[in-house]
Design a binder for this molecule. Structure first.
Ligand code: PMP
Length: 367
């Protein structure tokens, strides 16, 4: 018999079951067209309706102002680590960019940007990715082309609960792992990007939301498929887009809308993450989350198990027991070890409760 599986994966991650069912129902014959979205021309009127609907849902859910373009691109979040400097580092002659490096993903982005200009990490290097340096300690360069940060570091579980103040310099954010998990004031940003495979769909498509006046400054060596201006002018159809991934995103966005939008997602995500952090905090050091309480992620909760440091045998026992209960993909990223519970939008309160109950039971059994 098939026991229910609960997926706590960091991405690709759980999708709402209703979305999967709808995709299944429509797989062979999309909306009476007689063909699958998988077989559909990206230049057809049917696909045009899909991509336009996806964009209008995003605009509605995030209240995106009219002077922003919404793009659906390939290359993943990592592709944007290159596209951002290729398109924006030339905004000012100095070709300088400010980076906040608070985890693996922003570190990778900063390293990639160094190929195209001068990168200034605005705070002293962190010896562990467990906190966000106080903004009063940042040395922002007023003539930087942009300031870059990652709003949620997926590996380390470090999330900003504020929007950095840049004093007028263009702000760029990698929101791959907390996109649409809470409301955001898009007007504060020059550019936001997010891979879909955590909160808003499956792998293959990356959303870019970019202010219009920032288009048209790409370096001359910028590959044409990465040029935001070209893609914006072509409605993301300069070349074949990831059609099916865009379609899946439209279904997930509809699901978010029907479930109350970003504000409702935020309430739920607060509840879910508190449930797990409360157990960690009350465990007398049996569960340890190394992240500063001020910036603990609602999306990815990393923790170690056991009273001695790095008790990998006990962590293996924890993971095996979880897996016996149908709870999968709880292993921490290979670079940090331990456990990581990812609690994206599609993970329900009941899913989270199952993990919470198991954590309490495991604690009791190992007192
Ligand atoms: N940024 C963040 C915050 C991520 O979590 C990830 C992937 N886990 C990436 C970027 C890279 O995304 P991709 O694998 O789609 O290139």
């Amino acid at each position: 018999e098939h026991k229910q599986t609960i997926n706590f994966g960091a991405g690709p991650a759980k999708l709402p079951p209703s979305v999967l069912l709808q995709a299944q129902n429509e797989l062979l014959n999309y909306s009476g067209t007689g063909i699958s979205v998988l077989e559909m021309s990206h230049r057809s009127s049917d696909f045009n309706k899909i991509i336009n609907k996806t964009e209008s849902l995003l605009r509605e859910l995030l209240n995106i102002p009219d002077n922003y373009k919404v793009l659906f691109l390939q290359g993943g979040g990592s592709g944007q680590f290159s596209s951002v400097p290729l398109n924006l580092i030339g905004l000012k002659e100095d070709r300088c960019a400010d980076y906040l490096v608070t985890g693996t993903w922003s570190a990778k982005a900063a390293k990639e940007a160094e190929k195209y200009g001068k990168v200034n990490v605005v705070h002293p290097k962190l010896d562990s990715y467990t906190k966000i340096p106080d903004p009063s300690s940042w040395t922002l360069n007023p003539s930087a082309s942009y300031v870059y940060y990652c709003s949620n570091e997926t590996v380390h579980g470090v999330e900003y609960n504020f929007t950095p103040e840049t004093n007028g310099v263009v702000l760029v954010s990698d929101m791959s792992s907390n996109f649409l998990s809470r409301p955001v004031d898009v007007s504060k940003f020059g550019l936001i990007f997010a891979g879909a495979q955590k909160n808003v769909g499956c792998a293959g498509v990356t959303v870019v939301i970019v202010r219009e006046d920032l288009l048209g400054h790409a370096l001359k060596e910028c590959p044409i498929v990465l040029d935001y201006k070209v893609q914006a002018e072509m409605n993301s159809l300069y070349n074949t887009p990831p059609c099916f991934s865009i379609y899946i995103m439209s279904l997930v966005l509809e699901w978010i809308k029907n479930n109350g939008g970003s504000a409702a997602m935020e309430m739920l995500n607060k509840q879910k993450s508190s449930m797990i952090y409360d157990i960690i905090n009350a465990s007398n050091g049996f569960y340890v989350c190394p992240v500063d309480t001020a910036c603990r992620s609602r999306m990815n909760v990393p923790f170690r198990v056991g009273r001695k440091e790095g008790d990998e045998a006990l962590e293996k026992e924890f993971l095996d027991g979880a897996s016996k209960r149908g709870m999968i993909s709880l292993k921490g990223h290979r670079s940090v070890g331990g456990i990581r519970a990812s609690l994206y939008n599609a993970v329900t309160l009941e899913d989270t409760k199952a993990l919470a109950d198991y954590m309490k039971e495991f604690l009791k059994d190992h007192q």
